[in-house]
Write a protein that binds this ligand. Structure first.
Ligand code: NAD
Ligand code: DAU
Length: 353
């Protein structure tokens, strides 16, 4: 079996669900702390699937992680567990340091002990896959080439600095201890089960709720959007065939300004769920105060993973965003479950002014 951490969050849950779609898939032990972003409803369809074992716990808990490794003896670990929201890292970086840096350190140390005691093929085949972000490379100007794996690390937010630190730890555990690691640095994901603190699900749900659609600054910041299913297929490919100690950038070749993304969502909603007054949802767009230290542009050059492993995304932005809007319209129960009191408190704190 394999161990997944953070598998009740957005990307982790999509990964677990897509992995187990294959009838011959190895089982998964899924360790997740269930922070505000972890949601067992994402895994509801697996309730009766004996191949999935959920463990409620922290990657920073040494005893627990060591015990799980001994008990389940995974042949690979895929580390999704993290604090992931840039705006929250600006309000309170402590959890980001704790989970993203100290937690990853603990996971690496427990894995080193476990892997060190494996023998023969088990030892040779073992993999530690660290899931990271393009934000570690900092911000691009309009004319810069997209991020390559060789770009220097220049993180600008507490979130990206903590992810950069974790990437460095993973790299060091390869070079110093020979641990069999691979790291992937991915661009902005979107799709089903995305927690609505992030731009795309926030805009979909606010639009349907008749609320303002908050666009930071001038809305011309650029992100490179990737449908979450494509991120999961890339991780499977790197886990199976990636070269040890390497990093692979993953992206959608889909650079879009935020305002364009918001307008596209409004257009799809105008078609699928028109407002009662027949006006466009674009009427709800509201420019708000910019994010401090807001990175202007991210773009991924994903040619290494394509050349070495033959991976390319299957979805375009047009197909992926339509599927995503449809998913939110089709899943009101899931939406109701995540829009809790603590979520409303966050919206109030972040968008009050
Ligand atoms: P998320 O916030 O939706 O989910 C994170 C999950 O990790 C949650 O289920 C949470 O409960 C769990 N978790 C947090 N702290 C933990 C701890 N100490 N121990 C165990 N579990 C813990 O995040 P996501 O968007 O699914 O991102 C997953 C990973 O992918 C992160 O490492 C993130 O940095 C990376 N990433 C995200 C994106 C994106 O666009 N969302 C893009 C590139 C990389
Ligand atoms: O690039 C990969 C990263 O993408 C991941 O590592 C992060 O975990 C993930 O959260 C995401 O980070 P961003 O900060 O780019 O995502 P977010 O959805 O928060 O914001 C996307 C863009 O939209 C960004 O330029 C900020 C802007 N924005 C966001 C929100 C929440 C707005 O204009 N208004 C908003 O209300």
């Amino acid at each position: 079996m394999i161990m997944v951490t953070g598998g009740a969050g957005f990307i982790g849950a999509n990964f677990v669900l897509s992995w187990l779609m294959s009838p011959n898939a190895e089982g998964i032990v899924n360790l997740d702390k269930l922070t505000y972003a972890g949601n067992l409803a994402n895994l509801e369809t697996l309730e009766k699937d004996a191949r999935h074992t959920f463990v409620h716990g922290d990657i920073g808990d040494k005893l627990l992680v060591a015990q799980l490794l001994e008990e389940y003896r995974p042949r690979a670990i895929v580390n999704f567990a993290a604090e992931s929201h840039v705006d929250r890292s600006i309000y309170g970086p402590a959890d980001f340091i704790q989970t993203n840096i100290v937690g990853t350190f603990n996971l690496l140390e427990c894995t080193r002990e476990y892997w060190g005691n494996l023998l023969g093929d088990e030892k040779r085949q073992f993999r530690f896959h660290h899931v990271s972000t393009d934000e570690v490379y900092g911000s691009l100007s309009a004319s810069d080439h997209a991020f390559r794996e060789t770009n220097p690390y220049e993180p600008n937010s507490p979130y990206s600095a903590s992810k950069a630190a974790s990437d460095h730890l993973v790299r060091a555990w390869f070079h110093t201890y020979g641990m069999p690691v691979v790291t992937t640095n991915c661009s902005n994901n979107y799709g089903p089960y995305h927690f609505p603190e992030k731009l795309i699900p926030l805009v979909i749900l606010n639009a349907l709720d008749g609320k303002p659609l908050p666009v930071y600054g001038d809305g011309q910041q650029i992100r490179d959007w990737l449908y979450v299913g494509d991120h999961c297929s890339a991780i499977r490919e790197v886990l199976a065939n990636g070269r040890l100690g390497e990093t692979y950038n993953i992206g959608g070749w889909n650079e879009k300004a935020n305002l364009e993304v918001v307008n596209t969502i409004c257009k799809i909603l105008d078609e699928l769920k028109p407002r009662a007054d027949k006006k466009s949802y674009t009427e709800q767009i509201t420019f708000v105060k910019d994010r401090p230290g807001h990175d202007r542009r991210y773009a991924i050059d994903a040619s290494k993973i394509e050349k070495e492993l033959g991976w390319r995304p299957a979805e375009t932005f047009d197909t992926g965003i339509r599927k995503t809007v449809e998913w939110y319209l089709d899943n009101p129960t899931w939406v109701k479950g995540v829009v809790t009191g603590s979520y409303r408190d966050w919206l109030d704190k972040q968008y009050r002014n």
